[in-house]
Design a protein. Structure first.
Lengths: 115, 111
């Protein structure tokens, strides 16, 4: 039973560039959420995708966008990268959209470094 | 700042019990979670508790919830060196399946 997989594991980009991160949810899950974890802090919610639509969004600018595909996998796109976007980006999958209580299962993350 | 508060660091001897504490702010939170993060890894779901429960036990893990004080704790019995990690508590507020995390407690287990 495959868990949540993310790619790539590490990425180095330059300020102003754009980046795409990818996530495949745990088998049987249909909802994908993205979190940003800055060094030494807890994860912060970016947004959640269910039925190929953004359902909820945290306090992140429009430079952060996403997509969910019919097979439930998802992408996170960040445009016009800033140094402050350097972080571990975590993907989490769950079942049933915004169903409260469906535990989130996390991948190992993508470490993004912006220079 | 964080809506969910945790102490930064806990040191414990191997074989002793560890207790990690957490306070949250939203009394409407329905589920509360504990996650473990090892170096360079993602978050591993350890356990979770529904807000109408006071206690949940799962092998070496015991979760205690005091709703009146908005206080959550995780007790690890017979702590092992493999338990060294950062532990995050998180609350799942009523609207949608979105988690708000604390800043994490780094647990160091000494042999």
């Amino acid at each position: 039973d495959a868990g949540v997989t993310q790619s790539p594991t590490h990425l180095i980009k330059t300020r102003g560039q754009q980046v795409t991160l990818r996530c495949s949810p745990k088998s049987g899950h249909d909802t994908v959420s993205w979190y940003q974890q800055a060094l030494g802090q807890g994860p912060q919610f970016i947004f959640q995708y269910y039925e190929e639509e953004e359902r909820q969004r945290g306090n992140f600018p429009d430079r952060f966008s996403g997509h969910q595909f019919p097979n439930y996998s998802s992408e996170l796109n960040v445009n016009a990268l800033l140094l402050g976007d350097s972080a571990l980006y975590l993907c989490a999958s769950s079942l049933g959209g915004g169903t409260v209580g469906s535990p989130l299962h996390f991948g190992n993350g993508t470490r993004l470094t912006v220079t | 700042g964080e809506d969910v508060e945790q102490s930064l660091f806990l040191s414990v001897r191997e074989g002793d019990s560890s207790v990690i504490n957490c306070t949250y702010t939203d009394s409407s939170s329905t589920y509360l979670y504990w996650y473990k993060q090892e170096p360079g890894a993602g978050l591993q779901l350890l356990t979770y508790i529904f807000s109408n429960m006071d206690m949940k036990q799962d092998q070496r893990l015991t979760v205690l919830l005091n709703k009146k004080d908005k206080h959550l704790s995780l007790r690890i019995a017979d702590t092992q060196t493999g338990d060294s990690a950062i532990y995050f508590c998180a609350e799942n507020r009523a609207a949608g399946n979105k988690l708000t995390f604390g800043g994490g407690t780094r647990v160091l287990v000494k042999p």
